[in-house]
Design a protein around this ligand. Sequence first.
Ligand code: BDR
Ligand code: CA
Length: 316
Amino acid sequence: TRKIIIDCDPGIDDTLALNLAIQSPEVEVVALTIVCGNVPVEIGVDNAFKCLERLGRLDIPVYAGAAQPLKKTFVSAQDTHGMDGLGDSHIPRQTTTKAAEQSAADFLATTFKAPCDISIIALGPLTNIATALTLNPQLGANCARFVSMGGTYKSHGNCSPVAEFNYWSDPEAALAVYEHLNQKIEMIGLDITREIVFTPTLLAYCQRINPEVGDYLAAITQFYFDFHWQYEHIIGCVINDPLAVAYFIDPTLCQGFESYTTVETTGISIGQTLVDRFDFWHRPINSLILTEVDTNRFFEQFLTVVLNAQASIIKT
Ligand code: BDR
Ligand code: CA
């Protein structure tokens, strides 16, 4: 098994990603670090615990992180994820377990003091990672792999015509990570996550195969379905974050190219990823930009784990 730390802002799709990671035998989730993003950080911490409680995995420590981006004013995505961050499902907490004393950034900085076999999967704005990198500039070099859900190459943004939410939320943090991580960033951007549409048909399938899990998925995704219909006229919802976990486990799921990539921090293009695929700038490669995904294979992997039953897809 490969060890991972998941930095996240749960969030509906983050929660789906946590369900996948925690139940996948190929990975061991060492810790969760929480950042403000979809919801204020305290709500994100609560939602991480709700997920751990449900899966009976309160042994996994949770570290609370940044409550604000590095410079920009915090803007949540509660319009997309619900005020409670779980589609206003109002799932109650079952325990009073609290986040660890140490901050997320301190924990990350100390964990990666020396080279180790732990990877980071970042599913939210990169504030915690950027702060940890300031505390420990070797963090990137010392982690095994770094996968980030964020950015976009050819596809349009979801916060502006050009910017994706995680990088738009804290562009200074995203820029710092791209410029100083010193480890190849495997970027799972909107180009491929947009293809991961969880549809009412798939939901109905889940409810048939495993009614308990199916009903849980229905409770947290209904709000997301409504949001997608209202703003994009999509039937179903784009679930970005689980793809980063699925790809970490099985890198053959996505294809792409290596490039130098940076992030815009000012003006109307704030948060945009600039992917220098054709090497105009002659800068060293810092990223692997994933641009193709095998959607059916993703859903087979994701649903088999989450439903705890072999899922066969099923032309969608
Ligand atoms: C990203 O932003 C959030 O809304 C999702 O959780 C995902 O991490 C997609 O742009
Ligand atoms: Ca997220």
